[in-house]
Every structure is written in structure tokens, then in C-alpha cells.
Design a protein around this ligand. Structure first.
Ligand SMILES: [Zn+2]
Ligand SMILES: [Zn+2]
Ligand SMILES: [Zn+2]
Length: 396
């Protein structure tokens, strides 16, 4: 066991008495395996080397886990980057096509047939009275951001080659090149920051790789559960423990010690700063609502016809769209996003779109009574609060 330890130390260039990384935390080479220690609990056992805490330039004050890591403010935006000049093209046709009677009727019949307790007769026999368009616009701004945070990590050290602290300056958090996976999609990546690594003897087992078994306190045997340690049941010898009153500890298989959970038996821990890169697509949606009779929440279920889209590093607020509320929503949303994200993350890309969502109110007559329904979205979904012929199929 200890021979391995000696061999690895000799072969390992970062480990040895002259290694500055080990500092005062290294207790020196043990002459022989002593008594195995009870496991040491608490954060101190896995704390990074004290002489490195707050010493890595650009990573001062970061925590040792347990939360999301310390967030690292981004550097100023790239020089020369600013909003592009892309207002909607003036020749875009903003006017709205209305649906045909045939489409409206087809949608209504399908709607009635999809409901088990609606009779389809009204949808088939009704007479159209009026069509009113209430088409509306949906504006969506998406801001794709990247944020970075870091914290100290420790893992069992397997003897691999490391970028040791002190052999070169650690790159600053925002200087580490990380490839953006997909634009406008949430994602996350974790990176080991180069030149922040160091190896430290495991404090949980005092670098022995094993700790005393807490179940049998190192004896390897526990009280027999059948005779409760007496060795007899009634007047007979306990057959489970052969009258010994104890049995082999199953936790440590009778060894009296178990593999250290702190270092997984490796005796040493590798400490390093982990950089977490998070990509997030932040979307803000505004609906130019024109009618109160239709529940606007339903618009979330449908798509519209895309009238305008623009994608740039930073998009330019819309100014000339015929609906003033959309221009205003665009200006407010862009300003909000730019203020909100500039200080906490780096904006990588923005995209905004205007969709036209068809909404038509259809008035009709069935058996001399007036009713109405709405057809909405490119999908031609139907909404109505008053269907003339409902039965209740569940009560039969
Ligand atoms: Zn027994
Ligand atoms: Zn045990
Ligand atoms: Zn350990």
C-alpha cells in the first residue's frame, strides 16, 4: 500500500517536499501506517489549500461550493459593437387578410366534432351574419446572454497531469475561450480553470485512504441481532452467532475500516477553480390586444404570420411600424433588456420579431337565434362561450 505512495510521489513532478503547492498543509511522509482515523466531517476537510484562497488573480472571494458560485461581472462590450440599423422595410404589407367563409365554417365543424358532447348540426346548418377581424400583433424580443461564475472544487486525485497553480498565470474568467453551443438556446458548460490546480493530502482520512468503520468502531464485529449479544436463545446456544454474541460487520466486511469517502481511497485531493458558463435565452413578449371579448391567453397556443424579423448583436428599437403600441413595446423591451443584462452578463445576440395573429369574430344564426365564435391563429382554432347544442355524454 505505502509502496504505491512512494512510487507515485517520486514519479510525480508536482508532488514532493520541494513543491510550493503543498505548503504547510502537507504533513510529511508517514513512516508507517498508523491507526486509521475516524472520518473528519465539516467544510474544513475539503477546503482548498489555505495559501491559495483569494490568491488567484481574477477569482478573489469565490466560495467553496454549496451555492451557484460567485458570479463574475463581464468586461465592457466589444469595441465598435452597437445596434444595427434595421427598421422594418417600408414596403412591407402590414394589412391583414381575412379568412374566408369556407375556412371559418370548416374550422367550426371541426371544433364541434372534436367535442364529444357537442352536436355538429349547428356548425353545419348555421347561417353567417357577420365577419369582424380583430387581428393583432405579437412582438417578441429575445436576448441571448452568457454569464460566468466560479467556485473552488475538489475531487479525488488520480495522479493525472495537472496545470499547477504558480507555473503560469491563471487566465481571467472572461479570457477563457468557450465555444457557444447554439444561439438562442439555454445551455451550460463547466471548465477547469488552468493553472489553479493543486494537490493536497486528504484531511478526512489524514491521507490514509481509509477511515475507521463507524458501525463497528473498528472492531470488525457487531452485536448479534438475533440474540442481542447474549449468545443464547431460550436455553439453546444462538445458532446465528454460534453462541459468540457477535457477528461480522457487514459495512466493513470485518476489516474495521472503510474506504475514505472524502478522497475515494486516493489519499489526495485535487483542488481547482471551476468556471461555470451559462447561456440563457431571455424572451419578452408583448401582445397588442384589441378586443376584450377574447381571452388573450389563448394566443399562446397559436402561431402567427411572421411580418418582420431582425437579428443582430444588439437590435435597434422599432420606430415605423404602423401600430404605435408595438413600436413602444419594442423600445421599452430593448431598453429593459440592455439595462438588465449588461451588468450581469454578456449579451451575445438579440433577435426580435413581429407576428400577425389572425383573429376573426364570426356572428351566425341557428334556429333564429344569434350566436358567435372566434377563429384564431394560423392554425384556425375556434373559441366560443355559447355553443347552441350541447348534451352531456358523461351522464347516460
Ligand atoms: Zn447470536
Ligand atoms: Zn465495521
Ligand atoms: Zn481521504
Amino acid at each position: 500500500m505505502w509502496d504505491d505512495w512512494n512510487l507515485r510521489n517520486a514519479a510525480d513532478p508536482i508532488y514532493g517536499s520541494t513543491n510550493p503547492l503543498l505548503g504547510a498543509d502537507f504533513p510529511g511522509h508517514p513512516g508507517a501506517p498508523g491507526p486509521y482515523p475516524p472520518p473528519v466531517e465539516g467544510s474544513g476537510a475539503t477546503a482548498p489549500p489555505s495559501h491559495l484562497m483569494d490568491k488567484v488573480s481574477g477569482y478573489e472571494g469565490i466560495s467553496t461550493g454549496g451555492n451557484d458560485g460567485r458570479y463574475l461581472p463581464p468586461p465592457p462590450p466589444y469595441p465598435g459593437s452597437g445596434p444595427g440599423d434595421a427598421a422594418p422595410r417600408p414596403n412591407v404589407q402590414w394589412n391583414i387578410p381575412s379568412i374566408t367563409e369556407e375556412t371559418a365554417k370548416h374550422a367550426f365543424v371541426q371544433y364541434a366534432e372534436s367535442k364529444c358532447c357537442y352536436k355538429s348540426a349547428p356548425a353545419k346548418e348555421m347561417v353567417f351574419r357577420d365577419f369582424q377581424p380583430f387581428n393583432t400583433y405579437r412582438y417578441r424580443l429575445e436576448t441571448f446572454t452568457e454569464s460566468r461564475s466560479s467556485e473552488w472544487k475538489s475531487v479525488p486525485y488520480n495522479g493525472e497531469v495537472i496545470h499547477a497553480y504558480g507555473t503560469a498565470p491563471a487566465p481571467l474568467p472572461w479570457d477563457i475561450a468557450v465555444k457557444v453551443p447554439t444561439l438562442f438556446k439555454d445551455g451550460e458548460e463547466k471548465v477547469k480553470v488552468p493553472y489553479t490546480s493543486s494537490v493536497k493530502p486528504c484531511q478526512t482520512c489524514l491521507s490514509m485512504g481509509q477511515t475507521i468503520c463507524q458501525k463497528c468502531h473498528g472492531s470488525g464485529r457487531v452485536q448479534c441481532w438475533v440474540c442481542n449479544g447474549v449468545g443464547r436463545r431460550m436455553n439453546d446456544r444462538c445458532s446465528h452467532c454460534n453462541g459468540m454474541g457477535n457477528e461480522r460487520c457487514t459495512t466493513c466486511h470485518g476489516n474495521g475500516r472503510v474506504t475514505c469517502t472524502g478522497c475515494n481511497g486516493k489519499r489526495q485531493l485535487l483542488f481547482y477553480i471551476e468556471l461555470k458558463v451559462t447561456w440563457k435565452n431571455n424572451a419578452q413578449v408583448f401582445l397588442a390586444d384589441k378586443t376584450s371579448a377574447f381571452p388573450s391567453d389563448l394566443f399562446k397556443k397559436v402561431t402567427g404570420k411572421q411580418l418582420f424579423t431582425d437579428e443582430q448583436f444588439l437590435v435597434y428599437p422599432l420606430m415605423t411600424f404602423p401600430d404605435a403600441s408595438i413600436n413602444q413595446a419594442s423600445q421599452i423591451a430593448i431598453q429593459q433588456h440592455n439595462t438588465q443584462f449588461a451588468s450581469t452578463s454578456r449579451i451575445l445576440r438579440q433577435r426580435h420579431t413581429i407576428e400577425l395573429i389572425p383573429l376573426t369574430k364570426v356572428d351566425y344564426i341557428w334556429k333564429d337565434i344569434s350566436y358567435n365564435y372566434f377563429v384564431y391563429g394560423v392554425e384556425n382554432l375556434v373559441f366560443t362561450e355559447q355553443y347552441p347544442a350541447k348534451c352531456c355524454c358523461s351522464v347516460m
